[in-house]
Structure formats: structure tokens, C-alpha cells
Design a protein. Structure first.
Length: 191
């Protein structure tokens, strides 16, 4: 199966890295990255302008402190070993694009494809097709052309998603196995 996997706040803890850069820059220890609730970081980076928030994704230090979500690599590798095609599809812009590409190539060298969508692009990820998309953004999930849309995690920004949800990488792995078994059963009946 073709799996389309988001990067920020799905494979990696982007919120945590942004918040750590903010704390280092401002000395403000009054917030927690787990309280991030909307697209912008106004609630967890209140002393930063939106330009500063956005520019943090272009900062080389962001990629130095970036951490994987728990068990992300383990289950991505298992999905690859199971024969699935893995495409990381992420939105980014500007000077951060080559930094992100380098980070992904160095840390996820086993993936099949990497698609970087410019943040100014109309439709963002809706142009990408596959069997399953895993993303934390409701707008990406609701406009997808993939057969199955799965919301990752339990972010405050995606609580309105009423479709399939994977609270962990293990849960997503199990979901892929279920969909794959159903797909093979249907294909077996047709032959």
C-alpha cells in the first residue's frame, strides 16, 4: 500500500522544538508546548510575533534539537519491511527546505519518497494520492485524495476531526495492517 505520512507533529515533535527555541530566545518559562492549540504558536510563544514563530522553522537549530515521536522510527521501519511504500509529505518554505530535506535523508533514509509542498501552494497536500494518509492537520485530512485519512495524535488543534484517529504509532501500524488485510481479501475475491 502507498502510505502518505506527514512530518511535523506526526513523525517528529515540532511543537516541542519550536517551544524550546522560544524559551532559549526569550527566557519565558511560563508556557508548555503541550498547550499548543491552534495553527500559530501564540498560546505557547506569546512573546514572539507570528513572523518569529514562522521563522523558527527556518532556524538550523530547530533541526538540531528535533526529536522523533515515540516509536515513530520503529513502526515506519516495520511498515517498510511489510512492503508498504512510504512517502513523507510535508509543508515547508524558504531557507528551511534544504535543512528539512537533509534531516529527513539523514534520519529516515529508508523511506521511498519525499514531497515538500511550499507553504504558499494552493491545496497543500490535496494533490497527493495514496491508500492512507497520516497527518495531524484536519485541513489536510479533509481535502485528501487518499482512500483513507487518519488523524495522528490528540492535538488540541485537531479535536474536531471525527474520522479515523491513531493516538500512537503502534495504533497506526495496527490500522494499516487491518486496511491491508481488507484490501487483500477484496482482491482475493475478485481473482
Amino acid at each position: 500500500m502507498d502510505l502518505i505520512i506527514d512530518f511535523d507533529n506526526t513523525i517528529v515533535e515540532s511543537d516541542k522544538a519550536i517551544w524550546e527555541l522560544y524559551r532559549k530566545d526569550t527566557g519565558d518559562l511560563s508556557t508548555d508546548y503541550k498547550d499548543h492549540s491552534v495553527w500559530w504558536y501564540d498560546d505557547v510563544c506569546p512573546l514572539w510575533s507570528r513572523d518569529q514563530q514562522d521563522n523558527a522553522f527556518q532556524n538550523p537549530e530547530f533541526f538540531e534539537i528535533l526529536e522523533f515521536m515515540p516509536n515513530a522510527v520503529k513502526y515506519l521501519q516495520k511498515l517498510k519491511q511489510d512492503g508498504h511504500t512510504i512517502t513523507v509529505c510535508t509543508v515547508h518554505r524558504g531557507d528551511g527546505v534544504p535543512l528539512k530535506v537533509k534531516w529527513i535523508r539523514e534520519n529516515l533514509s529508508f523511506i521511498d519518497n519525499l514531497v515538500i509542498v511550499e507553504s504558499s501552494s494552493v491545496g497543500h497536500k490535496s494533490m497527493i494520492c495514496g491508500d492512507i494518509i497520516l497527518d495531524d492537520s484536519v485541513s489536510n485530512l479533509s481535502t485528501t485524495r487518499c482512500d483513507n485519512a487518519v488523524c495522528f495524535g490528540e492535538g488540541k488543534w485537531n479535536q474536531q476531526w471525527t474520522g479515523q484517529r491513531a493516538k500512537s504509532w503502534e495504533a497506526f501500524y495496527r490500522y494499516v495492517q487491518e486496511v491491508n488485510q481488507e484490501k487483500q481479501s477484496v482482491e482475493g475475491v475478485r481473482s
